[in-house]
Design a protein around this ligand. Sequence first.
Ligand code: MN
Length: 745
Amino acid sequence: MDPILERYHALEKKVLTYTPNLNTQRLFDAFTYADTAHHGQLRKSGEPYIIHPIAVAEIVADLELDMDSVVAALLHDCIEDTASTHEEIARKFNPTVAELVEGVTKLTKMQFVTKEEEQMENLRKMLMAMSRDIRVILIKVCDRLHNMRTMEYQSPRKQREKSLETMEIYAPIAHRLGMQKIKWELEDLSLRYLDPVGYKEIVDELTERSSTHEEFLAGIQHKIEQRLNQEGIHCTIYGRVKHIYSIYRKMFAQNKTLDEIFDLYAFRVIVSDIPECYNVLGCIHDMFKPVLGRFKDYIGTPKPNMYQSLHTTVIGRAGIPFEVQIRTWEMHQTAEYGIAAHWKYKQGLANRNLGTEQEFEWVRKLLEGQQDTDAEEFVSTLKVDLFADEVFVFTPNGDVKSLPQGATPIDFAYNIHSAVGNTMVGARVNGRMVPYDYKLSNGDIVEVLTSKSAKGPSRDWLALCKSNEARNKIRQWFKRERREENIATGRAAFESELKHAKMTLAAVTAEEVLPHLLHKLRCGTLDELYASIGYGGTTAAKSVARIRDELQRLGRLQAEKAAAAARTTAESLIMPGNAAPAGVHGPVKPRQSDSGIIVEGLGNCLVKFAKCCTPVPGDPVIGFITRGYGVSVHRTDCPNAAPEKRRPEEADRWVKVSWVDSKLPNYKTSLELSAKDRDNLTLDVAMALSTAKVKVTALSARSMPDGHATISIVAEVKDKTELEAVINKLNNIQGVYHVARAAGK
Ligand code: MN
């Protein structure tokens, strides 16, 4: 038979073992499709290319993955290497297969350059993030395993590159997915190319001693089997020398020879249930001397990657230590194939504690959610959004940057350095110019174009960036670089917000409130507030709201104060100078009147002369106790003091007052003169006042349209006698009708 067809039939047989109702035609179609697509291509080994996809499908079948995975494995290099397209595969097979193939293709295209550990962790995460369906990773790992198995035909450079990538990316991923068997093989194959000398040293030494090893392993195995049979425990035991890379690590990290390695040998005892595991442990510890501190119960406390077993190290014949791992068949499957094993064993997971370590939390959750669902649903939940809130992109020299989902080139630029962001003039993604709002996706290679003459970030960027880091750095720039501009923009925003809130700038900047408001807003000056609004440290809306609240609070305080003042007694109101705050009554010192007025019953108190009637000594007067301004003195003939105008509720505020010897030299009073308008009238009035030696503080003349004129005079006089003399003089001026004392306004 054709060797290729033979190979295919071996695969079909393997799939049939775990898929009894297999649609063999579908599998054969996939094989034929891939065979045709890769027709004429050869591998480096000289074999037809189709051998590789078949081999990968076999490894996938070893993991007992579903049909879609096996089909996708057969087709996994079609999109990358041949004329096939996603659409064609979706049509010929199904959309799931097409998705899987496309996912694997994407990962294949990734170029990993070795980086420090933090970078590697990002790369691993990116790989996971890019394969939305976990089967993509599983197929990719199988692909890598087969490529590593056939690496001998590649160039030394390629061997090293691929081995490094395998050691740093794929083996840790296999470990994380709990696929121990594949992990070991990947590590051993990589080591072979990464340190051929060290690898050979171990292999040679192991080969040299292989007969001794085999003898030792067989002896111990026989002993254990015998004992367990006596106890009535049915089990499967096999012993092995540990895998090469784990020996290598111990030899080189701990600088030991092969002889010194503590547990070179490992035995596995596989039984049917958990109680038997502990029984076996008892027997082993009874037969051999356990090494203190080496017993680990991963059944009670599984490893984060779901691994379960009992581990113990004991000392055997001739003092040689060896490790024994005890587990059930189900645990064994999990240990060998990890997450892939759960296709078969998911039912048994119901009551397991699957560990809590964060890096494997998602698998734990995934499996915990799986207790009562069927296989199909299990597949659908394997399409998990790993790292859904992160996006991983490359710098042009291969560094991986982790950014929040939805990040733009602006985030990327500021993630590299604020200087890069501040001088950015453009961005390229995968070699193409993109706008600043371009949303980055996993695996994008991002390049920032900068220029020394760049004007710096734009305010719009604040809305385009996704990371706080970028936002803060942009704000910092505005704060520092654009103070003048910030003040202007901030002021404009602030004033427009004030208008919106129906407030005036004057009300806010009034001397008596501004320092208080600025203090509340934690700003030293008004410019500082504007600047802060300008660069986005705060918003105009927030500041104005704060100010409005504060002004309202101040207003309320003042109103309360006034109300309290009104409630206090008249006496306290009219204390000299009214200096004591409302409600606080200090000792009152008797004072000589300096106004020339005595208020009856109150003695000395604050007095002012009413502006409406401007009384002078000699005028009959009356006093009114005002609210907070002392006693206001009116002439008794003032219309404002007329008894019929006094309000009943204020009756007790009207008090008798009288003139005494005054210390004041003069009293201000107002006169109104009406006359027939003529030239020089005002001059004559001024002359008359001057000759009467009266001090005039204001004089204004108005001409009426009917030919009359009115002149208002404010003059200072000693008393009523002097005032009457002045009035007489004015009456004698030619054309004057009448001179009256002003009253009642
Ligand atoms: Mn491949």
